[in-house]
Design a protein around this ligand. Structure first.
Ligand SMILES: [Cu+2]
Length: 156
């Protein structure tokens, strides 16, 4: 009886955290995408950026080569770098994720830059971005749109 109770608690915690924290976003057998979100677009602009964690579950290196979506015909892989105390953004051809490793796409590092949005992204909506890899099937990833509030914007 006690064990059943414990299992129920664990189940509750698991389900709860699955819905609250880590958001299931997209997966195949070798690649797992978690915690994906994009920024609400700044009024008057047609750009946004998208973030996620990509985990390479396979035994060989993984290469992200591009991203595409119906919301925009132009999504680029970008990286923020510090140069002489200045934050710079540069486009990258690809991002490599080592075997059994994860890569965090976050506001101060790698991100997907979305240009030429066909319509503004609004908080709490969702968009699908398809990630393309050189040696793995594409993955359709669900990105929740987060409001602008806290983070400073980045401009091009
Ligand atoms: Cu960028």
């Amino acid at each position: 009886m006690r064990n059943i109770f414990l299992v129920l608690i664990l189940l509750f915690l698991f389900v709860n955290s699955a819905f609250a924290g880590t958001v299931f976003s997209g997966q195949n057998t070798e690649v797992l995408i978690e915690n994906s979100f994009a920024r609400e677009s700044i009024p008057g602009t047609s750009i946004s950026s998208a973030y996620m964690t990509i985990s390479n579950l396979s035994a060989k290196d993984l290469r992200l080569i591009s991203a595409s979506s119906t919301v925009s015909d132009r999504i680029e892989i970008h990286e923020h770098t510090m140069a002489n105390g200045l934050m710079r953004m540069r486009q990258r051809d690809h991002v490599d994720i080592s075997a059994k490793d994860s890569m965090l796409f976050q506001p101060s590092g790698f991100h997907l830059m979305i240009f030429d949005l066909k319509q503004p992204l609004k908080a709490k909506e969702n968009i699908i971005i398809t990630l393309h890899f050189d040696d793995q099937p594409n993955i359709d990833v669900n990105y929740i749109i987060k409001g602008l509030k806290q983070k400073k914007h980045h401009h091009h």
